[in-house]
Design a protein around this ligand. Structure first.
Ligand code: UDP
Length: 240
C-alpha cells in the first residue's frame, strides 16, 4: 500500500445529489460539511483539487419540472443551480479554513469570478481549491462533460466522480445480490455496454484525451482518501 498519494492534481466531480444526502432536494448542511472535511484531508496530503459541481438537487434541464419549457432556457436554469451549490460549497470550505475560489462559466461577477484557465491553474499551484460552476456555460451539456473538459484543461491526472454507489457493477447491486464491482473497465467497454459511468460526451472526451476516471461512493467514509492513495476503491475507467 502506498504511503504517498498517487496523484498531484485531481478533478473531483460532485453531483448536486451528493450535497442533498438523504433529503429529497436542496443542500444538507451535515453532508456538505462532511464532504468538505474529506476534501480538506486530501488537500492536506498536498494534492491540488479542482471541483466541478452539479445542480441536480435544485434543477435539471431534463427534469419533469422543466417539461414543456424551452430546453435551452431550462438548461441555463440548471447551470444557475450549480452556481448556488458552488457558493454553498465555497462557504462551507471557507468556514472550515480551506482556501478556495469559485470560477463560473457564465458571467455572474457579483458572486463569482469568470472562468479563466491560467488563473485557475495558478490557484491550484498555490494550493487553493478551485470550484468550477455553471458547467460548460452551454446548454445541452451536463456537468459530467464540464468535469471532463475542466479536467483536461487543468491537466488533472484523473477525474474522480463521486456517486451514490462505490463503483461500476456487473449488474444493479440493489437488484442482484450476485453483482460484483469492476476494479477496472476500459473506456470502450464503458461506452459500448452503456455503463452510465458518465454521459457519452464526457466519456469520449476523457478517452480521446487519455484522462482516466475513477467512480467512487461519496457516502462511503474516507473513500476519497483511499482513491487518491491508490487503494482498491471504486472503479477505474482507463484507456487500455
Ligand atoms: N447544464 C447545462 N450545461 C452544462 C452543465 C449543466 O445546460 O454544461 C444544465 C443541465 O440542464 C443540467 C443541469 O445544468 O441538467 C444540472 O447539471 P447536472 O444535471 O449535470 O447536475 P448533476 O446531475 O451533476 O447534479
Amino acid at each position: 500500500m502506498s504511503v504517498v498519494p498517487v496523484y498531484k492534481r485531481i478533478l473531483l466531480k460532485l453531483s448536486g445529489e451528493a450535497l442533498m444526502g438523504d433529503d429529497t432536494h436542496g443542500i444538507n448542511r451535515a453532508v456538505i460539511e462532511r464532504i468538505v472535511r474529506e476534501i480538506g484531508e486530501v488537500v492536506g496530503l498536498g494534492i491540488q483539487v479542482a471541483v466541478v459541481i452539479g445542480g441536480g438537487n435544485i434543477f435539471r434541464g431534463v427534469a419533469p419540472a422543466a417539461e414543456g419549457m424551452d430546453r435551452a432556457t431550462a438548461d441555463y436554469m440548471g447551470m444557475l443551480a450549480t452556481v448556488m451549490n458552488a457558493m454553498a460549497l465555497q462557504d462551507a470550505m471557507k468556514r472550515s479554513g480551506l482556501d478556495c475560489r469559485v470560477q463560473s462559466a457564465l458571467n455572474l461577477e457579483q458572486v463569482a469570478e469568470p472562468f479563466i484557465r491560467g488563473k485557475a491553474l495558478r490557484y491550484l499551484e498555490d494550493g487553493k481549491v478551485v470550484i468550477f460552476a455553471a458547467g460548460t456555460g452551454n446548454p445541452f451539456f451536463t456537468t459530467d462533460t464540464a468535469a471532463a473538459l475542466r479536467g483536461v484543461e487543468m491537466d488533472a491526472e484523473v477525474v474522480i466522480k463521486a456517486t451514490k454507489v462505490d463503483g461500476v457493477y456487473t449488474a444493479d447491486p440493489k437488484l442482484d445480490p450476485a453483482a460484483v464491482r469492476y476494479q477496472k473497465v476500459s473506456f470502450d467497454e464503458a461506452i459500448s455496454k452503456n455503463f452510465k459511468v458518465m454521459d457519452a460526451t464526457a466519456l469520449t472526451l476523457c478517452r480521446d484525451q487519455r484522462l482516466p476516471i475513477i467512480v467512487f461512493s461519496i457516502f462511503k467514509h474516507d473513500a476519497l482518501k483511499r482513491v487518491v492513495m491508490g487503494e482498491d476503491e471504486g472503479t477505474l475507467v482507463h484507456c487500455y
